[in-house]
Design a protein around this ligand. Structure first.
Ligand SMILES: CC(=O)SCCNC(=O)CCNC(=O)[C@H](O)C(C)(C)COP(=O)(O)OP(=O)(O)OC[C@H]1O[C@@H](n2cnc3c(N)ncnc32)[C@H](O)[C@@H]1OP(=O)(O)O
Ligand SMILES: O=C([O-])CC(=O)C(=O)O
Length: 370
């Protein structure tokens, strides 16, 4: 028995949800480039959960179900209000999502019908939790979902309390499409391992949120922005990156376990970063990102991943930095739920082995002799 560090290259399950073959990402066989240009996030949710693009009627039903289940329980809002000041946004989301199970009578019902309904509830309530968290810490009251037909529009409204503009809705919607699913990434794997014990979907999504939080995974988008802010100017990009690489530090937002020749989603986010920067008259973050991209690519052969340009996109949309990873969670909830449903459908406990490297033939020594 010999172990592969980080399970690199190990095929751990079959799945018909998304695939990465020769650097091409597809959801249910549809190229991400096609979806990024043409699909809305709600269409993608339907596609991931039900295996096909929705008809107009099916789409409207999903939108209306999402709106019907969007109210975050008052008890969970009360918990958000009781959290200590300054807590980590992903820790708050993880805790609040775990708490949702306590207020759902069907939390432990593992029937397919109930699990689909709970997937809708989670997809509908997670944006409301994040927006409420952001408002409460500013001393504002949470805002109910306005019931638009778009998750992006509802979230922006709940965050700001104002009707969002079309450009912001379209940009966020496209970002949600691009982040929705990604085969057996760490958080999705965590969700599958969790529900494979036949625990409930809330436990699966809570595991996934805790896993996405780390800076080697979803937490990298926030870390990218922290880095850009620390760099401060376009002129400082080269000395800053050179110094980091000399010290063998990682540059956040670069590299990927699966893509070695570039992440197909990055070009869409790069374009959005440029267009939004141009529109708002602030291309600084875009220009710094491009400079860092050119340098890291030429010096290390590492390409930007999905987290790199999303940082400047969200900043240009005036979204606070510590909401970037929670927004990733809004999107990836669709993928996590699809994988959880797929896991339940054809379940077997996930329990690999470890190659033991510890001492052998040891004897118990009484505490008085140690
Ligand atoms: C949504 C997502 O989760 S996308 C990924 C988000 N995470 C990040 O952006 C964090 C920065 N990137 C990384 O840490 C890594 O590239 C990961 C975690 C994404 C992939 O990790 P792995 O597949 O395990 O690659 P690994 O860490 O072994 O890297 C291979 C080599 O490239 C180097 N490398 C990889 N990424 C980077 C980076 N961002 N900056 C500098 N060097 C890097 C490693 O130091 C290593 O070098 P070595 O062989 O000289 O030791
Ligand atoms: O797949 C991975 O390893 C990381 C991930 O979630 C993504 O790139 O979207």
């Amino acid at each position: 028995m010999s172990a592969t560090k980080g399970l690199e290259g190990i095929v751990a399950t079959t799945s018909s949800i998304s695939s990465i073959v020769d650097g091409v990402l597809t959801y249910r066989g549809i190229d991400i480039d096609d979806l990024a240009e043409n699909a809305t996030f709600e269409e993608v949710i339907y596609l991931l959960w039900f295996g096909k693009l929705p008809t107009q009627t099916e789409l409207e039903k999903l939108q209306s179900d999402l709106n019907a289940y969007s109210k975050v329980p008052d008890a969970v809002i009360a918990q958000l209000k009781a959290f200590p000041k300054g807590v980590n946004s992903m820790a708050a989301l993880r805790t609040a999502v775990s708490a949702l199970a306590l207020y759902d009578d069907e939390a432990n019902d593992l029937s397919q019908e109930s699990n689909v309904r709970k997937a809708i509830k989670l997809q509908a309530q997670i944006p409301g939790i994040i927006a409420a968290f952001a408002r409460i810490r500013e001393g504002k009251e949470p805002v109910a979902s306005p019931g638009y037909s778009s998750v992006a529009a509802n979230f922006l409204y709940q965050l700001t309390g104002n009707e969002p503009d079309k450009v912001a809705i379209e940009a966020l919607d496209k970002a949600l499409v691009l982040h929705a699913d990604h085969e057996l990434n760490a958080s999705t794997f965590a969700a599958r391992v969790t529900v494979a014990t036949l625990t409930d979907i809330y436990s699966g999504i809570t595991s996934a949120i805790g896993t996405l939080k780390g800076p080697l995974h979803g937490g990298a988008n926030e870390a990218v922005m922290a880095m850009l802010e620390e760099i401060g100017t376009v002129e400082n990009v080269v000395p800053y990156i050179n110094d980091k690489l000399e010290r063998k530090d990682k540059i956040m937002g670069f590299g990927h376990r699966v893509y070695k020749n570039g992440d197909p989603r990055a070009k869409h986010l790069q374009k959005m970063s440029y267009e939004l920067g141009k529109l708002t008259g602030n291309l600084k973050w875009y220009e710094m990102s491009i400079k860092a991209d050119e340098l890291v690519t030429s010096l290390k052969g590492l390409k930007p991943n999905v987290d790199f340009y999303s940082a400047s996109v969200y900043t240009t949309l005036e979204i606070p930095r510590d909401l970037f990873t929670p927004i990733f969670a809004i999107s990836r909830t669709s993928g996590w739920a699809a994988h959880i449903l797929e896991q339940y459908e054809n379940n077997r406990l996930i329990r690999p082995r470890a190659e033991y490297t510890g001492p052998v033939n040891q004897k118990y020594i009484p505490i008085s002799e140690r």
